[in-house]
Design a protein around this ligand. Sequence first.
Ligand code: NAP
Length: 313
Amino acid sequence: MTQKYDVVIIGVGPAGMTAATYASRANLSVMMIDKGIYGGQMNDTAEVENYPAFDSILGPDLAEKMYASSTRFGAEYTFGEVQNVIDHGKTKTIVTDDEQYEAKVVIVASGATHRHIGVPGEDKYSGRGVSYCAVCDGAFFKNEQIVVIGGGDSAVEEASYLANLAKDVTIVHRRDQLRASRIAQKRAFDTDNIDFSWNKRTEEIIGDDEKVTGVKVLDKISNQESVIKTNGVFIYVGIDPNTQGLENLGILDEKGWVLTDDNMQTKVPGIYAVGDVRKDSIRQIAAAVGDGAVAGKILFDYIQSLSDTEIEA
Ligand code: NAP
């Protein structure tokens, strides 16, 4: 049976939860759907230090607080993996793996997922020393040597978090300059037990029958291969959009990010996108919250315009 809502939100991270707060507070019926636990990438984030009103808060704690806000005015939340969204004009059908929904408005808030490097050993040792989540798995490597691969904000910030647990952290980067923000860089440079392995291409994650034992790297300047010994490798080499099932709508760019205008509207009336999944997002929690507020507010006018056309007809 098809369940009917005013608004269906795909993805329950900071952007989706904020949109839900605004829409449900405007007395609209709202269903939030996520294939995992609410919170999105906040669940994989150790300390958040750039979200207003908190000096520092753990990502999962911030997720918990946002979830409480988002459900306070009656928005619902369910598990489901979206397979397809069909635009019928005034209504949309959202098909998940086991349910079907009809909504006047769809908000795509499905975020992004950590990218894999794609080297031998990466998938084989995933969960056995290879991780994409320092806050989830860092404690397994207490007082050990940890390798972090990448040079962006995620790699450098999570390396700083891991340095509190580990004996030493080596950041392996493919260039000799970091992409991360200056403040994140400075903190890492100032941390005694973080060192850097520059200009290294990761060739392979190596291990024994049970677990990771090292990372094989190629020095791009000298062309020499070497192995950095470690049992824990944290990979932060960028993110890809979670837009599977949305391909038929014509709202994605060639890499799968959603295109919107400044009001979070896609080119399909009644379909909005917010947060990291947007091509133009600056990929910050605060920005995702801002996107969610814009869409959650503006969709009210859109829904109103639907009933106005019904009255005129
Ligand atoms: P990112 O900014 O795209 O950085 C990815 C890093 O991985 C780059 O340094 C890149 O190297 C490297 N890389 C990419 N492919 C690789 C490969 N195959 N092998 C080895 N290295 C590879 O990704 P991110 O750090 O996940 O951040 C994503 C977005 O979220 C960014 O906009 C970031 O600013 C934002 N973010 C913000 C915060 C914060 O404000 N607190 C925290 C986390 C993330 P190159 O530099 O050579 O390209």
